[in-house]
Design a protein around this ligand. Structure first.
Ligand SMILES: [Zn+2]
Length: 246
């Protein structure tokens, strides 16, 4: 992003968001970034196989694939910050719209019907404190982009600690275990696009995907704005390659 655009964006995020996002989109078109179709981390194409990449091929996920816009670093990191902590919900719509373009350009996309977009739910206390669920904002934009509905299929019935405050994958898994419930919809045979802002270990998305699978979903895709990369010091098979989310 040029300094001028950055300045405008800082001053008028709502007005300039479209232009800034347009610049991001252009960058992605001219400099596409490969990522693992399974876990979403950045990876050169020769490192990705039908089983995933070196970081995920031996791991079990409850989802079938992952879509993302980029790494959890600037400028995406700043924009996600705007969305979550400056209550600029409109950024969610921008993210969702680009994700929609990205997903619909994939070959695997056309085969999947019916589709439902489902946001990762916030506990109602957190949603009340923030005023909105950022995943729902992104999901609304995505649903418009791929022509389906964004539906709250899940609820977070137990208040959990912030995943970013926990040290490893084991603690994160424990934190979200049993925290989500179905709202009772029938999604048998559907392809679900499970949306969140950032994926780090994937523990939250995995727990949500487990419930969606129990509800009858045929395919489940993790759709996130950004994926945090495993730390350089972690080996490919490390149990907990966790960078901090915020
Ligand atoms: Zn992978």
């Amino acid at each position: 992003m040029s300094k001028f655009l950055k300045y405008l964006d800082d001053c008028f995020p709502k007005v300039c968001g479209v232009q800034v996002v347009g610049a991001w989109e252009q960058k992605r078109k001219t400099k596409p970034e490969n990522y693992c179709w399974r876990c979403g981390i950045t990876m050169p194409s020769q490192g990705i196989t039908e089983m995933g990449c070196a970081f995920c091929k031996n791991k079990k996920f409850n989802w079938d694939g992952c879509y993302r816009l980029g790494n959890y670093q600037k400028p995406l990191k700043d924009w996600i910050w705007q969305l979550k902590y400056h209550k600029e919900g409109i950024w969610g719509n921008y993210f969702g719209r680009i994700l929609g373009q990205h997903i619909s350009s994939h070959q695997r996309f056309e085969k999947e019907q019916p589709r439902i977009v489902c946001p990762v739910p916030l506990h109602f206390i957190h949603r009340f404190a923030r005023g909105f669920n950022q995943a729902k904002e992104i999901g609304n934009g995505l649903a418009k982009g791929i022509g389906c509905d964004c539906v709250d299929l899940l609820k977070r019935h137990r208040k959990t600690k912030k995943q970013a405050t926990l040290r490893n994958l084991k603690e994160r898994k424990e934190n979200v275990r049993g925290a989500f419930k179905s709202r009772g919809a029938n999604v048998t045979g559907s392809s679900i696009y499970l949306v969140d802002d950032v994926k780090t270990t994937g523990a939250t998305i995995n727990e949500c995907a487990k419930i969606l699978r129990q509800m009858g979903a045929m395919k489940i895709y993790a759709v996130v704005v950004a994926t945090a990369e495993p730390r350089a010091r972690d080996s490919p098979n490390a149990e907990n390659p966790i960078p901090q989310k915020d």
